[in-house]
Design a protein around this ligand. Structure first.
Ligand code: GDG
Length: 502
């Protein structure tokens, strides 16, 4: 694949994430086929992994009785830039029972709500935490095997000059680095360890509710560098390290010291493959059949309680009550992608949404118009780009969100007659996309007023706002994020001979 990210990485980059960058399907005859993931992260990171002779370590996405020895070949028609990753992937084996406690239990039943500052939804159980630690150890062992192998393949000179980078992702793997660090030190393996968290990092007040919070912090601090989307999350993390572990910290330079080692903390706001979305918006035909004056308000989310879907639908109902001029002229198109359906909270939310949408459609529908078009399911990326392009307003109103890529993708697709982005300040993106209309999703009345304002915003104001929003996202796209990460890791000196904190 074409390497979009300029980098001076000469050593292998080993990426570790819960899922490998493809989706596996079981065919009718029992055989497996795979399709590369098209997410922005994968398309930015995978070519670098291939280019520098690295590896990607993760779970294959399906349960097998035995460890999966051979990952199936990619579909020959698969044109994704990551389809050629085949020989560069290592599948981690997780027995099915342990997976349930690890993934549905600890990851999505505990850490997801806790890190999104919704502790009432979090369940703390010793056995799911134990499964989490075990699974993290399995990931660490696969990573160590890959690291030893990568080092062996280097020639004598390279062994002294290069330093492989291990990059661990997200809340499923918060303590994997503990084991990696321990073994790396025992065996004196040269490498740098880095971590990136894709969700928010909560304040100390929330974090301390988790009974084993010290082990989480130590796991993250086992790395040389820890990245978050925004500075607020960095400062929350530093605060936890100082108050819970008593670490020496430097908030100005974002450094934390643990047991004589200095850990660099950095805000690295993720971006999207901007040019790809522009291209999709330019080339995809219209899917929506709209009446002359009809306007679409768009919502796109995984069906997740953090995304503020219920509040959003209520705000739309209030809009129709308060400003009846929009009845028959405005439609809310809500795409809700099924997510984590094995977790009770998610099944309950699905029920709640079904009822709410049904009630509002029953209340306002006319023979030739319904207020809400609700899709419970996914659409193709082409369709998504066309929906973004053809919507007058995007409602991105999470109650809490690490960054939120939908807001960024919407602005990328505003290639002509730009629409208006309405954004929650509680998304990481809210801190940077200043030209959006900002609304607190809990304020239903205010949200309705803001939608009304967006629907009436004159063209020149829409153009000024959108131009600035698009410029920023084009500059700070996913390739920029990847190269900032590589530059930051490259600059980290993990010999720790000097003491940057003194
Ligand atoms: C986590 C953090 C952070 C959605 N529906 C369809 C579809 N999508 C794609 C979007 C977008 C992605 O899914 C969703 O990304 P978000 O950022 O909005 O949300 P999370 O899934 O919660 O992601 C988040 C992110 O990690 C990255 O660090 O921003 O805060 O929670 O790219 O386009 N794609 C297709 N059909 C759909 O129906 N093809």
């Amino acid at each position: 694949p074409e390497v979009m990210v300029k980098h001076n990485i000469t050593a292998p980059l080993i990426v570790v994430s819960n899922r490998l960058p493809f989706v596996l399907h079981k065919n009718k005859d029992g055989s497996l086929s795979r399709k590369a993931s098209a997410g922005g992260l994968v398309t930015a990171v995978a070519p670098v992994v291939i280019d520098c002779g690295g590896l990607w370590i993760g779970w294959s996405g399906i349960h097998t009785k035995e460890p999966l020895e051979h990952i199936p070949e990619s579909d020959p028609d698969d044109k994704a830039p990551t389809a050629g990753l085949l020989s560069k992937q290592v599948s981690v084996y997780i027995p099915e029972q342990q997976f349930d406690d690890f993934y549905n239990g600890c990851c999505n039943g505990t850490f997801w709500p806790l890190f999104h500052s919704m502790p009432d939804r979090a369940v703390f159980k010793a056995h799911t935490w134990e499964a989490y630690c075990n699974v993290n150890k399995q990931f660490a062992n696969s990573t160590l095997d890959a690291l030893r192998k990568s080092i062996k393949e280097l020639d004598e000179q390279e062994k002294y000059e290069t330093c492989p980078v291990v990059w661990i992702h997200d809340y499923q793997l918060l303590v994997a680095a503990t084991t990696v660090r321990q073994v790396v030190e025992e065996e004196k393996l040269r490498c740098k360890l880095a971590f990136f968290l894709h969700i928010p990092f909560p304040s100390w007040d929330i974090m301390r509710l988790f009974p084993w919070d010290d082990e989480i912090l130590q796991g993250m601090l086992a790395c040389d560098m820890v990245g978050f989307h925004i500075e607020d999350y960095c400062l929350n993390f530093i605060d936890c390290c100082s108050r819970r572990l008593g670490c020496r910290v430097d908030r100005n330079n974002m450094l934390v010291e643990l047991a004589g080692r200095t850990v660099h903390i950095k805000a690295l706001p993720i971006g999207i493959p901007f040019d790809r979305f522009v291209q999709l918006a330019e080339t995809t035909p219209k899917f929506l059949k709209l009446a002359e004056s009809e306007k679409i308000i768009l919502g796109v989310d995984r069906l997740d309680y953090t995304k503020g879907l219920v509040h959003r639908i209520l705000a739309f109902e209030r809009l129709l009550e308060k400003y009846p001029e929009h009845v028959e002229n405005v439609t809310l198109l809500q795409i809700s992608v099924p997510s984590r359906t094995d977790v009770r909270e998610y099944r309950q939310l699905k029920e709640e949404m079904d009822q709410l949408v049904g009630r509002i459609n029953g209340r306002f529908s006319m023979p030739n118009w319904s207020p809400i078009r609700y899709i419970y399911g996914g659409v193709t990326q082409e369709q998504l780009a066309a929906f973004y392009r053809d919507s007058a307003v995007a409602l991105v109103t999470p109650l809490r969100d690490g960054m939120n890529l939908v807001a960024k993708e919407y602005v990328a697709c505003q290639i002509k007659d730009p629409g208006v982005l309405i954004l929650s300040p509680f998304a990481g993106a809210g801190g940077m996309m200043h030209e959006a209309l900002v609304v607190n999703p809990y304020e239903i009345d205010k949200a309705a007023e803001t939608i009304h304002r967006a629907l009436h915003m004159p063209l020149d104001e829409r153009e000024v706002r959108m131009k600035q929003l698009r410029h920023r996202e084009q500059q700070m796209d996913v390739n920029h994020w990847m190269s900032s990460f590589l530059a930051t890791v490259g600059a980290v000196n993990n010999d720790n001979d000097d003491d940057p904190l003194s």
